[in-house]
Structure formats: C-alpha cells, structure tokens
Write a protein that binds this ligand. Structure first.
Ligand code: C2O
Length: 544
C-alpha cells in the first residue's frame, strides 16, 4: 500500500461548449477533473487550494472514511468550507473497498462542474471476479448550463422558484454530435474487434436520472456503487445522480462506429426536464475508412426507453444482486421510517416568492427540511461539544401518518425547518424504510448516505406496508450500494450496521432537492477504543 499525493487547485477556467465560452469552476483547469487511480489499501492525500470566488469542499463519494470523518467533505456537516485563498488537505485511507467511485464539490452547486472519477483497483495481487478486461474506460455523465451554474442556483434561491434545467448532458465533459457546435469534439473510444472492455459509468449529473445504452452491443453488469454484482446482460442502464455502474462490453459487432448515449429518465411528468441526448462514439480501430463499403458516416442512434419508462427502470434495478450470500443484519436495533418529498412553504408575495401560489420550494424528510449550521460544522460541534448548533431529535418515524403516495392533504404541505440529527449507538443495526410522498409530485429520489454502504433488501410502489412487504425482503443476496434511487411513488428498505463514528449526511443526490433541504444527518457515537472513535481533526481543518 502506498500514499498518493495530489494537488487540486480549484479555479475559474474559460470553457467553450455549445458555441459559447464562459468561465466555470474546475480542478486544475480540467473539465471533468482529474481521474484518481488507487489500489485498495492506499492512502490518499489531496491538497485542495481554493483559487476561485466561491467556497469549496470536496467529497469522496462512497468512501467509508472510517476514523477520518473530517475528510468526508460536505460543507457545514464535516467541515466548514475552504474559503477563497485557503487550502485544506484531505487525508484518508481506502479500506476494503474497490470499484468505481468519484469525487465532487459539496458546497452549493459546485459539483455541477467540479467532479472526477476515483477508480479503486483491487488490492495488489488480487483480481476481478471476471476475466481481466483489455481496456477500462471511465465514463462520467454530466450536465451543462450555458451560464455559470452557481448563478443559476443563486437566482432560484433568491426567487424561491425552481432553477433552470440544463442545456446539455455530457459524456466526459462533451455534449456530443447531437448538439450544435459539438461534433468535432465528440468523445471517441477506440477498440479492437473481439476485445472486452470495462465501462465504469458514473452519473455525475447535478439533477437528472439518466438512461444509458450503447448501440448494437449488450452490456454485462458486474458492479454498482463500488460493489460487485451477479453478472447479468442488458441493453439499458439507469443511473440516478450519484450512482455508478460497471459493465463489460465485448466488441463483437461489425467493425464500425456505434453511439454511446444517455438521456433523461424523468419519472414526474409535471416537473420540467432537459430532454436532450448526449453521445460519444465507440469506434472499432478496423472501421473501414471508405463510407461506400456500407458503413454509414454517422453512427446510428441506439434505442433509448421513453422518458417516463419506469418499467424498464424497475426491470433493471431489480436484477442487481450481490454475487454471493452476504451478511445482512437480521436483528434491527433502529427501525426507521423516513418520508422523502418535495413541498412548499408559504411566503409573502414578492420577488423572493416565485414558487406556485405564493410559496417557495422546500423539500423534507419526515417533514423536517434541513438547515445547515453556519458557525461550526455539525461534526465539529459534536466533537467539541459546542452548544446550540444542532439538536438530536430527528424523528424516527413521520410525525403524522398519511396516505403518502395518495391524495395528500394541503395541511401537510408545510415542512418545518431544523438542524436535527438522529443519534445512533456504535454498532447499531439500522433499517430505514424510505417512502416517497406525493406532497408536490411523486418522483424517484436518489438517496445517498455518507460513510456507510447499505443493503437494499426490498423496494416497491405505493405505500410501504410491513404486513405485506416484510415477506419480500431479500436477506440472502441483496445489492450493496451507497445511493438508492427510491422508486417514484414508492419505497425502498435499506439495512446497514452503523459502525463508523461521525456525523454522516443522508440526502437526495439531486442537488436542487438537496438545496431545498431534502437531507438529514446521522450522529454515530464512538465505540470502544481508538479504532472505533473519531480521530482528532487535522490542524488545517477550515473553520467557519
Ligand atoms: Cu455524492 Cu453528499 O454526495
């Protein structure tokens, strides 16, 4: 095992897409940011220097951070932001994790442009549970705005309306052939006939679930969110923001050019979305250069499901299974039921009140809309016993029961604002039912937990009903994930052992919803001994 040192300079960089140039925030001038490649057991040290105008933090999505919660990254949760001109070094070890991860900004909408792949190879000397691919390709799906996304968000926050949708999706930073002014920059991947390649697909889009496919080629799913999966073959994937999927593709078609494509899965028809399609090109090196040989100059577009094709999503996600039997907690110490959903709060008519019917948006879990502190991070407040920063009364169950996915009464529309944590004893076995609500519109929400991986033991539509649904739990080979896309108008049940002391954010990975407060945090108490305790904060930890 080695220690890898990197420097990330967060800066403003002029970037040209869709015929116009504007400044975006990048790491080291790169968009997407640098790919980090490490081996399980390595230690990473990343010195982040903030040379931009905005506050900065970086999160290492899916990394456990055992003992090092100070390196996790979400602003005001595990650290105060790195202010313009300041630096902070993230230092953490990769411990028994391998697969496709990523890193991203975790301050406001910074991650719209500040993100990159974090690839963890198995420990030296061990190999994949499938034949070694000839080539491995990270594919980062993103969203592009013809404006600084931080400005798009600021406008939305100021007016209380929903932010503008993006102007393009991107594959490794490029929109691709189907957008104006983009064809010469379309990303191409060159392959040899017969080779098997591993695609490491990351949905880094800010706000949109995406379908993904490759024309004429079948994809064998072998992993998701940094966990191996029982291999299965499919043509289409769906990834919620935050999720990753590993697939094997064999170049077994007639030599030529084939589109790799992604576009929206939009489960709530009433919510506006970007309906454009991003493409890259899979090109066989032996593609004849003469178009008259019968190969079209332009690759053909693959079939993508309809935008609201939830049946295809369900067919895909329910095939994800751990490769062998796993140890799922069978006894539960903390049995939690969290509603997730969008809603409104009333406001006085005026420029800050541009939501529907004199409201502005607020999203919540168990009717609490998270307000981040400002004078200290939650972790620091806990570690140093600073009073008045948070309370530990986040409700274990919804304050009122209602027909969550039915006709929801207006009286339930107004969430309360708060900085409430749910306290868990070290080693506690936790079950959470995540229940979508119809307060504004039912929608699928990609729910992510920091510092923990969890098993998805069941999912379904409508209201979760224990007497009917407990029987459906898969306690044998459920998939392990760090982000679960809770079905639209439905529910998912997850289980994990809270064996990582710290303060850990749980939130919807759609940044619009996160901004509106669709988040809560767990406070996992120390266990016994140093290895089960939060280590002291690094000397350069940014303070508020
Ligand atoms: Cu990738 Cu808090 O998230």
């Amino acid at each position: 095992a080695e220690t890898q040192y990197h420097e990330f300079v967060v800066q403003e960089t002029p970037v040209k897409r869709l015929c116009t140039t504007h400044k975006i925030i990048t790491v080291n001038g790169q968009y997407p940011g640098p790919t980090l490649e490490v081996w399980d057991g390595d230690t990473l040290e990343i010195k982040v220097t903030n040379s931009a105008r905005y506050n900065v933090t970086i999160h290492w999505h899916g990394i456990s951070q055992r003992g090092t919660p100070w390196a996790d990254g979400p602003e005001y949760v595990t650290q105060c932001p790195i202010q313009p001109g300041a630096t902070y070094t993230y230092r953490f070890m990769i411990e028994n994790q391998d697969g496709t991860f990523w890193w991203h900004g975790h301050s406001r909408w910074l991650r719209a442009t500040v993100f990159g792949a974090l690839i963890i190879y198995p420990k030296l000397g061990s190999s994949y549970p499938f034949p070694q691919p000839k080539l491995e390709i990270p594919i980062l799906l993103g969203e592009w705005w013809n404006q600084d996304p931080m400005v798009v968000l600021r406008q939305a926050i100021f007016t209380g309306a929903a932010p503008n949708i993006s102007d393009a999706y991107t594959i490794n930073g490029q929109p691709g052939d189907l957008y104006r002014c983009s064809s010469t920059d379309t990303v191409k991947f060159f392959v040899d006939s017969g080779d098997t390649i591993l695609l490491r697909i990351i949905n880094a889009a800010l706000n949109q679930q995406l379908f993904f496919t490759v024309a004429n080629h079948r994809l064998t799913v072998v992993g998701a969110d940094g966990a191996y999966m029982k291999p299965f073959s499919t043509t289409t994937l769906m990834l919620g923001p935050g999720q990753t999927t590993n697939v094997l593709l064999t170049a077994d078609q007639t030599p030529g050019r084939y589109y790799i494509a992604a576009r929206a899965y939009a489960s709530a028809p009433s919510v506006p979305f970007d309906n454009t399609t991003t493409t890259a090109i899979l090109e066989y090196k032996s593609t004849p250069c003469n178009a008259q040989l019968g190969f079209p100059l332009k690759p053909t577009l693959p079939q993508l499901p309809a935008y609201n094709d939830t049946a295809t999503v369900t067919a895909f996600t329910t095939q994800l299974k751990s490769p062998s039997n796993v140890e799922v907690p069978t006894q539960i110490d903390d049995n939690l039921f969290f509603t997730i959903g969008l809603g409104f709060v009333n406001c006085n008519p005026g420029p800050r009140c541009q939501g529907p019917n004199n409201t502005r948006f607020a999203a919540s879990m168990n009717n609490v809309s998270l307000v981040l502190p400002s004078k200290a991070s939650l972790l620091q407040a806990y570690y140093q016993s600073i009073p008045g920063v948070f309370t530990t009364d986040f409700p274990a169950v919804p304050p009122i029961k209602f027909d969550y996915t039915g006709n929801v009464s207006r009286a339930l529309w107004q969430p309360t604002f708060g900085t409430k944590l749910y306290k868990i004893k070290f080693g506690s076995r936790v079950q959470i039912v995540l229940q979508d609500t119809a307060i504004f519109a039912t929608e699928d929400h990609p729910m992510h937990i920091h510092g923990h991986q969890f098993y998805v033991v069941a999912q379904g539509f409508g209201n979760f009903n224990p007497t009917r649904d407990n029987a459906k739990f898969n306690l044998v080979d459920p998939p392990q994930r760090n982000t679960i896309d809770v079905p639209v108008g439905g529910w998912a049940v997850i289980r994990f052992v809270a064996d990582n002391p710290g303060v850990w954010l749980m939130h919807c990975h759609i940044d619009t919803h996160l901004t509106w407060g669709l988040a809560m945090a767990f406070l996992v108490e120390n266990g016994e001994g140093e290895l089960q305790s939060i280590q002291p904060p690094p000397a350069d930890l940014p303070l508020c």
